[in-house]
Design a protein around this ligand. Sequence first.
Ligand SMILES: C[S@@+](CC[C@H](N)C(=O)[O-])C[C@H]1O[C@@H](n2cnc3c(N)ncnc32)[C@H](O)[C@@H]1O
Length: 261
Amino acid sequence: MKALQLIFRYIKYLFRAKSKHDAQAPFLYELITEVINKRTSDNSCEKIETLRKELCKQERTINITDFGAGSTINNSKTRKVKDVAKNSAKNAKFGKLLYRIIQFYKPKNILELGTSLGISTSYLAKADANAQVFTFEGCHETGAIAQENFDKQRIKNTSITLGDFNLTLTEKLKEIKTIDLAFIDGNHKEKPTIAYFKKCLEYANNDTIFVFDDIHWSDGMQNAWNYIKAHPSTTLTIDLFFVGIVFVKSELSKENFTIRF
Ligand SMILES: C[S@@+](CC[C@H](N)C(=O)[O-])C[C@H]1O[C@@H](n2cnc3c(N)ncnc32)[C@H](O)[C@@H]1O
């Protein structure tokens, strides 16, 4: 039922989607042509994909603590690394989109909620060695493998904060002080997603970019996306179906744009 609903939503998205020819504002036109529609093939990205392939074969098991499912310590279950790599990580197409966003807009302080094995984090970190990536993960065993993956790739500009976002985010934000890009990819539920958006907004600046994962995944996530689009701080939003991009630049007019990706 849920899969059918998602297919139906995807078809609606395809009908709604516009192209660069519909973009009037120069900022939006540039975003579509220079970032969204560009293709990336560089060595750093290929190395991340080699790592993904290795992880997709790993039989090693880990105890998963899933805060996203709503429970805490008792929700531990054993999973193979290869299953986590196949089911949790954003695919190469979206990893490369994050990579291009960073190379184009050059955010310096990057926050990621939901490290998992560190695949999307690797894209965030490798896009700009001068940026600092602050990534958050609730499951200690998964986070430990992510750290191994950063070490393997000699990624130095990333730090992981372990623990439930509800307990770690507020304190860490006080330390970070300002966020230039936030990728929200954990705890895909309505209320937490809105709460993370509002909390991160307190540390946003005029150039901050938000990227939300799975905005159409459930009714709750669609409600959260609608809330974010309607928020007074939000100006331009881009719906790419599997992710939504949000700008808060005050000089942009409020516009919600859907683009086929
Ligand atoms: C979809 S995965 C992240 C995938 C990763 N961004 C990638 O593309 O490679 C979401 C992660 O968020 C973590 N998570 C979900 N809810 C959380 C919470 N409330 N606190 C801490 N971590 C949480 C889960 O443990 C999981 O590893």
